[in-house]
Design a protein around this ligand. Structure first.
Ligand code: COA
Length: 197
């Protein structure tokens, strides 16, 4: 059977150039290579990448900062060619799971009012709207919405994670992403003809 494998892990230093390119494509150049290196070296920063193992191609990245008992989600991006397949929800799920593993209590983030796809992803994974920062984004003057997810340390949150895990798996299956173990790696039918080892 022809397939390729998608893995979720902390990036290696030799992936940073690729990460900067993905950042440029998805976010217009938010962080430089030095910026990503700083995140990797920072014990309070959790950086996760999704990449296709065979090609070493990074399709997505997410990051949160641990500030006291909160996870501040500062980055979530999926390569445009891979958007709309459930991978954004997978990354967000993984960030929240990591936050819960670190015994954090809450997660929060800011998102542009106009960013409907990001808002959809956050709301599907249990974030609620708690406020608005007027003219938050300097370049456009656009408002930011403040989203919040509490009770990460509550036993009920583990149940929510299991529920999302199933839903995300179903979603990914629709796009031929086959999940062997969500926490280790994902497999996908591949039309490129590359054979798995
Ligand atoms: C936001 C982002 C990470 C989402 O990644 P993704 O892989 O497309 O997300 P998913 O496929 O898991 O889910 C997207 C959901 O949004 C929905 N959606 C997409 N566009 C939408 C729109 N205009 N209005 C409402 N919902 C929308 C999709 O239907 C999908 O929901 P579904 O699974 O029920 O169909 C991706 O679009 C991205 O990288 N954007 C650029 C960077 C960015 O804006 N990051 C967020 C900064 S806060």
């Amino acid at each position: 059977m022809f397939s390729s494998r998608l893995i979720l892990n902390t990036p290696h230093y030799d992936q940073l150039t690729q990460l900067v390119e993905l950042d440029r494509i998805c976010l217009g150049g938010l962080w430089t290579k030095k910026g990503y290196q700083r995140e990797l070296d920072n014990p309070n920063s959790s950086l996760l990448v999704l990449s296709i193992e065979e090609f070493g191609f990074i399709v997505g990245c997410g990051c949160f900062w641990t500030i006291l008992e909160e996870a501040h989600i500062v980055l979530l991006m999926i390569h445009p060619d891979y958007q709309g397949q459930g991978l954004g929800q997978l990354l967000l799920y993984s960030l929240l799971k990591e936050a819960a593993n670190r015994n954090l209590e809450r997660a929060t983030l800011e998102v542009k009012v106009s960013n409907q796809s990001a808002l959809a992803v956050y709301q599907k994974i249990g974030f609620q709207l708690v406020g608005r920062r007027k003219s938050y984004y300097q370049k456009t003057g656009e408002d930011a919405l403040i989203l919040w997810r509490g009770d990460l340390d509550h036993p009920r949150f583990r149940e929510d994670l299991s529920h999302w895990r199933l839903r995300i798996s179903d979603r990914l299956n629709q796009y031929n992403w086959l999940i062997s173990d969500l926490d280790l790696y994902l497999k996908r039918d591949d039309k490129s003809g590359k054979k798995i080892k």
